[in-house]
Write a protein that binds this ligand. Structure first.
Ligand code: GTP
Length: 598
């Protein structure tokens, strides 16, 4: 295909504005998938994506489109994740295409992730075609939203396509706009040495690692011996092809094209997204600039509820990690929870996705410890230590100061909820950076500590705004603050799994809440049990669980021996799920509830 007949593009949108539905429509209208094979959300392959309606991993599809000008065009769509945790992947996949469709829900308008994603597209020098979706709904206000796009984003929206991805209205206009308003790939030379960008890679259980590539110069075909310029790995290409969206073999991929390559690569970790692929024999001179790898920022412990599941869990985690280079893990042991793993994630959604997959696909019941961020500890001797786990916190006498990661958070919200949002951000130690109004909505920007956000910020934000707020964030760096490790002691024994880092000013409140919760969760014993929160040696909150007065069997009036026996047996079985702390037994359930992010 000549370059002039290729269009490479992505779709950017806020979550739920209809990106996947539009992609489905484009695929359907061009007959890329026969009508009878059409499932909703073709591009969201993973079950969990389908179930939650969110796109997690970037996908790609090739569409042949016979345009009104009489020529057939090759349209390559790269689908990008919409959620904040995966913002970094959005920016990577955008480097591989020249244009974007900006989808905005005409009943909602511009939201926080609309902005974040469209700015990424603008930074990648994309041509942008605004598309107003959901015009079938009576609440649609295309004129207002058009104006808002111009005011807030600063791009011309006068020729925005008005569509309903649901009913199919306006889809032919979108296809024409892609051809007429988005640029073809810049000059690439098919005779030059191969230069291709590794856009993404994923693990297929039958085929091994599949790489998504964008060819800049040269040609890639089956049988080629390739080299990854960054990692130095060399491979024989077994297959090249395109997604339609099913994998379809092609003879070769040429300059400007996007497709897949399969070269018997063992694990996703052997591929570095952003790497330059070239031929071993005739390499290109300069590699592409490449990307920074995405690094985990949120950490937590994952432990099997049933210790017998540990080996299965190790296998499952290894398998998941094969397909997800941004997920990290290492073994961890806890006195409270036994053997498990300390895992690193891109954000809370990423954490939830991995946890759900372990529970669902591998059938392992898990306990998740409180999510934490990476703190920088500066020791008195000047050395910096990165703290991933509050349990590893050294004695404060060695520590000169502690720095924590901060984020720049953008919240967009209808006016009437603004007060509650400001209050929430303030409570979470936020510093307001900006407050503006755009078309009936307020946009506020805060500098916030990440640790206050990973705790339960999303949920609180959703509840105080009845779901009307949108939120996006980026990391801005580390800053010193008065941070301490809070320990929880049950009957004077510290419970490692419940330790957490908190700001000194918030410690009392968090400590009190935790003690109150545990008092409800721990069953009474024959003696009194103090439950305390402490910083260093100093107790900051305390509850006392009073002693049990009656024997459990007392309520089975004397005579009925079988009933008594049954009750005791039941108790014994229950005990297996107990953990012993000194003299106190704490049921597994108590940890699950105490650590629940609510
Ligand atoms: P992520 O993939 O999670 O980023 O979301 P998305 O932007 O892809 O949104 P999706 O396509 O899943 O659509 C969100 C919801 O809006 C779904 O329930 C769709 O059925 C609905 N929807 C999408 N387009 C339209 C439309 O044109 N009209 C109406 N009424 N509903 C639509």
């Amino acid at each position: 295909t000549p370059l002039s007949r290729i269009r490479n593009f992505s779709i950017v949108a806020h979550i739920d504005h209809g990106k996947s539905t539009l992609a489905d429509r484009l695929i359907q209208l061009t007959g890329t998938v026969a009508e009878r094979d059409m499932k909703e959300q073709m591009l969201d392959a993973m079950d969990i994506e389908r179930e939650r309606g969110i796109t997690i991993k970037a996908n790609t599809v090739r569409i042949d489109y016979p345009a009104k000008d009489g020529h057939t065009y090759v349209l390559n769509l790269i689908d990008t994740p919409g959620h904040v945790d995966f913002g970094y992947e959005v920016s990577r996949s955008m480097q591989a295409v020249e244009g974007s469709l900006l989808v905005v829900d005409a009943t909602q308008g511009v939201e926080a992730q609309t902005l974040a994603n469209v700015y990424t597209a603008i930074e990648a020098d994309h041509e942008i075609v605004p598309v107003l979706n959901k015009v079938d709904l009576p609440a649609a206000e295309p004129d207002r939203v058009r104006e808002q796009i111009e005011d807030v984003i600063g791009i011309d929206a006068s020729e925005a396509c008005l569509i309903s991805a649901k009913t199919g209205v306006g889809i032919p206009d979108v296809l024409e706009a892609i051809v007429n308003r988005l640029p073809p790939p810049p000059e690439g030379d098919p005779d030059k040495p191969l230069k291709a960008m590794l856009v993404d890679s994923k693990y297929d259980q039958y085929l091994g690692v599949i790489c998504i590539v964008r060819i800049i110069d040269g040609t890639l075909k089956k049988g080629d011996r390739i080299r990854m310029m960054k990692t130095g790995g060399t491979y024989d290409v077994d297959d090249v092809g395109v997604y339609r969206p099913a994998m379809t073999h092609v003879k070769s991929l040429g300059a400007g094209e996007i497709g897949y390559l399969n070269a018997s690569i063992k694990q996703v970790r052997d591929t570095r997204v952003g790497d330059t692929i070239t031929h071993e024999k005739r390499p290109c001179e300069t590699p592409l600039p490449g990307f920074k790898p995405s690094v985990p920022v949120v950490f937590c412990g994952l432990f099997p509820v049933d210790a017998n599941d540990f080996e299965d869990m190790r296998d499952a985690i290894e398998k998941l990690a094969l397909n997800d280079a941004s997920f990290t893990y290492e073994m961890e042991t806890s006195a409270a929870l036994g053997f498990g793993f300390r895992c690193g994630f891109l954000g809370l959604l990423h954490l939830e996705v991995i946890r759900d997959r372990l529970e669902r696909e591998y059938d392992i019941e898990l306990i998740t410890t409180a999510p934490s961020v990476i703190y920088h500890l500066f020791r008195k001797d000047g050395e910096r230590v990165d703290l991933h786990n509050p349990a590893d916190m050294p004695d404060m006498t060695y520590v000169s100061h502690i720095e924590e990661p901060r984020i720049k958070a953008t919240v967009m919200v209808p006016d009437e909820y603004l007060g509650d949002v400001l209050k929430l951000c303030q409570e979470r130690r936020g510093i307001q950076l900006d407050l503006t109004y755009v078309g009936g909505r307020a946009m506020t920007v805060y500098d916030l500590p990440l640790n206050e956000v990973v705790f339960d910020f999303y949920d609180r934000l959703k509840s105080v705004t009845k779901g009307y707020a949108s939120f996006d964030y980026e990391m801005i760096g580390y800053r010193e603050d008065n941070l301490v490790k809070m320990s929880i002691l049950v009957n004077d024994e510290p419970v490692d799994a419940l330790a957490m880092m908190v700001h000194r000013d918030r410690a009392e409140m968090r400590g009190r809440a935790m003690c109150e919760k545990l008092k409800e969760l721990i069953p009474r014993h024959m003696f009194k049990i103090p439950i305390q929160a402490a910083i260093g040696g100093k107790v900051i909150a305390r509850e006392t669980l009073s002693a049990m007065r009656k024997d459990v069997t007392a309520k089975c009036y004397g005579g009925d021996a079988t009933r008594k026996k049954k009750l005791l047996e039941k108790q014994k079985a229950g005990k297996k799920k107990m953990r012993q702390f000194g003299k106190v037994e704490i049921p597994q359930e108590a940890f699950i509830s105490a650590l629940k992010m609510d």
